[in-house]
Design a protein around this ligand. Structure first.
Ligand code: NAD
Length: 397
């Protein structure tokens, strides 16, 4: 037993504590949004890589509670140790798993490095023993580094510009001041490193292994998530190192789509999702300021969406039973359509030059983004008694 009153420990975009009851409440909220009566469930089986937070967690919740899918989740999270709480994704997964099993759904978890051969083999063995061929694979990993399982080389992902450095407004996550960020130019090695981590190589490795093991059902779908964003973010995102990695991911998906179509009448789709507050997104320079403007405008116009809303739309409109996906000219599903709509972007663009420290709260939803960030770790969630000691050392069921 390790009960304690859990307090937030945050430094910029890094949080070193998480509240188990708060995380459970956040997961319960997403389940409530996505849930459909079991009579409407169509079933199926899904493998979600990166299932403990952000888009991967939301995908898993929609697959399970809206469609009745059994899920194998893979993630890299930290258990509690001594006085230190587990990571938020650990508590999220515990809450998800308990709720799914209470509804009679299979929910199995693997905590480990999805880039490693061991975790891939463990997943294949689990699928063989407990699931059989699966209908959906979602690759939603966001990681700072990846050790290539063949060469043993560790690649690092950097968030830098390509060609020329970028000076742009950002918000200092420590002080809340609007300052100018300097995004330096990446070296060729850094570009290659980012592509090696966040490009398509790992997705291809998983799809190869699943196909070879006969673990993809006929008509199975494979999903990867990308981001484009508005022009103001392009110099450091779309045209930067991470954008290069996303281009590689999208090209890999095209290849895999043709192969899956041939071999199992399946598909590999890219979904371009909207920007949301997640741990991964908070680490990107300038993005938190852009996101807080976009959140503000989308809330004012009544079209704000969280990860769970995006994933409900992904299934309902594009990849769920009976849905036919629609694509942009590059063959991608666009869930960022509302964010990128000119009604939103015109206001964002008009506000951008006027934002400074004094106007952060009036021109942006900085407060809402900070709240969303704290809630990622289970803090400031309505209905949670933060004065009560809670058990932090909770095993995954
Ligand atoms: P996130 O930080 O919320 O979650 C990342 C997940 O990856 C977690 O489950 C984590 O445990 C897992 N993970 C990280 N390293 C791992 C490893 N080595 N092995 C196993 N699991 C590992 O991230 P997110 O923002 O939801 O991003 C997921 C995907 O969505 C990424 O491809 C990202 O580019 C894309 N995306 C994000 C946004 C956004 O605004 N957040 C927008 C569009 C697309």
């Amino acid at each position: 037993m390790a009960e304690q009153v859990v307090v937030p420990r945050m430094r910029g975009f890094i949080a070193t504590s998480a509240h188990p009851a708060g995380c459970a409440q956040m997961v319960a909220g997403q389940i409530a949004r996505a849930r459909r009566d079991a009579e409407g469930w169509t079933g199926g089986k899904a493998l979600i890589l990166g299932s403990s937070a952000g888009y991967g967690l939301a995908t898993r919740i929609v697959a399970a509670f809206r469609y009745g899918m059994d899920t194998l989740g893979v993630f890299y999270e930290r258990p509690a140790k001594g006085e230190r709480t587990a990571s938020a994704g650990w508590y999220n997964t515990r809450a998800f798993t308990e709720a799914a099993r209470a509804d009679g759904l299979k929910a199995v978890n693997i905590n480990g490095d999805a880039f490693s051969t061991e975790v891939l083999q463990q997943a294949l063995a689990t699928l063989k023993a407990e699931f059989g061929p699966i209908d959906l694979v979602v690759h939603s990993l966001a990681a700072p580094q990846r050790t290539d399982p063949v060469t043993g080389v560790t690649h690092r992902s950097v968030l830098k510009a390509i060609g020329q450095s970028v000076q742009e407004k950002t918000v200092d996550l420590y002080t809340g001041e609007v300052v100018i960020a300097d995004v330096p130019v990446a070296t060729d090695e850094e570009i290659e490193g980012t592509v090696a981590v966040m490009g398509g190589a790992d997705l291809e490795r998983w799809v190869d292994a699943l196909l070879e093991a006969g673990l993809l059902a006929r008509n199975a779908k494979v999903m990867a998530y990308s981001y484009i964003g508005p022009h103001v973010t392009w110099p450091y995102y779309h045209h930067g190192t991470i954008g290069r990695a996303k281009a590689d991911l999208e090209a890999t998906c095209k290849r895999l789509d043709a192969r899956l179509a041939r071999e199992i009448e399946g598909h590999c789709y890219v979904s371009v999702n909207k920007s949301i507050v997640t741990q991964a997104a908070s680490a990107i320079p300038i993005v938190p300021l852009y996101v807080s403007v976009a959140y503000g405008v989308m809330k004012e116009q009544g079209v704000h969406e969280e990860a769970i809303d995006q994933m409900i739309r992904l299934f309902e409109d594009h990849i769920g039973p009976g849905a036919e996906p629609t694509f942009d000219a590059q063959g991608r599903i666009r869930l960022d359509d509302r964010e990128m709509h000119e009604d939103i972007q015109q206001v964002v663009t008009a506000r951008w030059p006027r934002i400074d420290t004094d106007h952060l709260d009036t021109l942006t939803d900085w407060a809402g983004c900070q709240l969303a960030f704290r809630q990622l770790f289970g803090f400031d969630v309505p209905g949670v008694d933060y004065d009560a000691p809670v058990e932090i050392d909770l095993p995954l069921p």
